[in-house]
Design a protein around this ligand. Sequence first.
Ligand code: XMP
Length: 502
Amino acid sequence: MDKIIIIDFGGQYTHLIGRKVREKGVYSEIVPYDMKIEEIDSNVKGIILSGGPYHVSEDSPKIDPRILDLGIPILGICYGHQLIAYMSGGKVGPSKKKEYGITYVNIINNNDILKGLSKKEKVWMSHSDSVFSLPDDYEVLAYSENCPIAAFKHKYKPIYGVQWHPEVYHTENGDVIFENFISICNCNRDWKIENLLDKMIEEVRNEVKNGKAIIALSGGIDSSTAAMIAAKAIGNRLVAVFVDHGFMREGEVESIKNTFKELNLIVIEAKDRFLEKIKGVSDPELKRKLIGEEFIRVFEEIAEKVGAEYLIQGTIYPDRIESGLRHSDKIKSHHNVAGIPSKIKFKKIIEPLRDLYKDEVRKIALKLGLPKEIVYRQPFPGPGLAVRIIGEVTKEKLEIIRKADKIVREEIEKSKIREKLWQYFAVLTDTKTTGVKGDERAYGYVVAIRCVESREAMTARFANIPYKLLERISTRITNEIPQVVRVVYDITHKPPATIEWE
Ligand code: XMP
């Protein structure tokens, strides 16, 4: 299959480049900048150099210079743009004025890579260095007020550079550049995620053969999808383990049991065990750590009993990249279920979703017939409601938060605003305040409501929820949960706050 590789210089948006290319039907892979030239096989039809935090210099990260002579089309973005210029003998240095955010570029030549763009384009810039001169065999295609060479092309080779970020949403016609580049690369657009399903099932079957595999189900989309794929491949020789730590939301455990009833599913009832483990603990990090450790212990016990040689994981592409591409075999430490057994030696860890982005996993999940409540489930932290109870977790507090969360979900899901939200949930604070209920003084908890809009959870905005809706939520919570006397709405963006409170 034709592919475009993205050489990663640690840019914040490298991922988005990968996704943009795939959205256009071309398979893409992100590779580290020190990859060997020999790894560029005949399927590679284009190379994109990402942005990055470095200043181009003798010591800064580079590509093998021979890559520029391969004849494969190359597009440099931001640092990549500067690097091509520098490695070809151009001059790069600090800009007089840095450009961050929305900028307008003037297009001198809207052919090739800039085909279809207007004379002035709204773009997203984020750079403190600029390209100041280029060798004679290059041509300047665009400039901005503070950047004399904002885009260029080689006169005789398919090599291009843009200083701005076509991959970010704020660049108005960023897609046009990817379209143009893909056309220049002459790629087959045959990347269709649905076609992959059979291949993934086949792969699991070939790996496990007559053996037995185990998977930890969290109720989230990744592990659920991986489990369905593995079950299709090896049937009952897959053991799916769901550890009920007691911090799930109302109805969730039943829904998981129901969805996966056809699978060889073991539900470990460990509510008391987890509650005991974090008894008296109010430090959020310690809480997370203890829950993570306990999870591993429970899973290890069951894995030993089951005696599976293979471990299936729902690791997806961004997880691997975050854990460092060079170590893609390393098991991620930030999985939803907070870790994986270290004591047990599996013959192999199989990650059928390892090359997929979240939206691609959703497509596969729908194809597998997973229910919409799992496919479109809002992100939910591995330690569950335990990190939405500030301070010590008790049975009573779990009951309160579960009811409050259910009310928030019910009300939001009835309203149109749902589509705009990344997450919507309740937090039980450890503050008690005075209220009045039925003419009597009441003293009870404060519940906070958190609703955020976000694209990737790296940043988030608190959502503009209609007052009427907030009022309904607040009234229901104080009416239906006797221990709560006050409801507040969290109006903090991320940063400076995080999405979850703990
Ligand atoms: P924060 O609170 O850091 O969260 O802004 C970013 C996103 O990650 C989710 N989250 C987790 N997801 N395991 C997960 O799989 C965890 O332990 C965990 N903690 C936070 C959070 O809900 C948000 O979407």
